[in-house]
Design a protein. Sequence first.
Length: 498
Amino acid sequence: MTSPSALQQAPRVPPPRNLFGLVVPPIILPVFLASADGTVVATALPSIAKSFGEVHNLSWVVIANLIAGTVAAPAYGRLGDLFGRRRMMIVSLLAFALASTLCAFAPSFGILLVGRVLQGLGGGGLMTMAQALVGEHVPTRQRGTFQGYLAANIVAGTTIGPVAGGLITQAWGWHAVFLTYLPLCAVAIALTLRLPHGVRGQGKASFDVIGVLLLACAVVPLLLAVTQLQQPDASAWPRIAILMLLTVAGVWALAWHLGRTPAPLLDVRLLRNPSFWRSDVMAACSGASLTALMTFLPIYLVAASGATPAEAGLMLIPLSGAVSSGSVVTGWLISRTGRTAIFPAVGLSITGLSLIFLALVAPWLSRAELAWVLAIGGLCQGSAMITAQITVQTVSSIGQLGAAAGSVQLARALGSAFGAAAAGAVLFGLLATLYPDTADLFAQMVREGPDVLNGLDPAHQAAVRTDVGNAFRGVFLTVAVFSTSIVLCASTMPARRL
């Protein structure tokens, strides 16, 4: 590990009146790109399928990018600690832009997949470096406010992404989706160059290449397994079992390596810190909760309440706005009070209760009532991720901010993948067990869209909506479990104040 003496002194913090203009503009665009990319491209998938005819392999456009970005996040964090976080942000933006160009002009589906992998390897550092730059340039007591800005921007990117992707694809085709990234990356690079140089360690030999490879050996089979869990069938279980065994072997090898290398990808002492690992668990559960809700709520609204896809999208706006607002308010409260863990401990209790309430009465709520209940839970949900990020920065040294931020992003990405898989497995499992006829129809509707229901007589449609609504109780309870896990971690967090 790089010793404290090998680290430069912490940079001088600019006067508070200059802090917002110095720090926020360079990190807003990278965070927006990182959060919007998956949803923007997802809306372009039908057009991509039409161009290349690879319908059965289409999901790999998203999966390949997710895997690459998940592995790259902690690697960028460590590289930022060693060679400068501003520098690595620029490297990440350049790699993301070059890969986007390759995707835009890909002559075949295979080249597009290569471009998406490279885009993930570049984009994996955007969020990590943004979080680390806040920790580097913003005083501890003020980080809550700035992390609130980041969290709000993440939600905004995730929400705007599908709309922007759909409009761009409809107007200019899917190629334009990737070309749109280029001017945004150029502006982001120009803004990042305004940041002063910060802290970095000494020596190229300190980077843990073997640790990154072992991390990939653990992450890749895990993400492949959880993507198959989302809609499991009998033939998939042997593959899932093999992938999980590979994951266990990869995690064991990574843990063994981190405990024995002098300069690990992530300091084992940090991982053993109760506040640090609880923060990572909170980040994972927060990602799982939001991803599960944002993935399956549109399906629920269309299949169970009869909303159109456009109406379902509009009904998610209160939830997205509440999560964003809750993040900003939490950040402000943390900066004002210096308290951290109390906010997710109380807030996620309210979120969990709102989800249990939905599991009990959702079929009898109007769409407006459902949207308001989701908004109440979302307002409190926004406290988890921001508290996790602030806590890991607080318990880490200035020379480990990138590695700490990378661990949170890794946890969040893995949690997001697991959350969607767990919710999907519960939903399809309940349908297959309780309503087998509806299960087949629902799977067809997920693949082909809500128009599948239009061919049914009104009585059959009503029965299907009732069955789906009842099965969705399990999804709400699953997300409530994630919220409860956050409450337990926050309630037992040793580091409770800045």
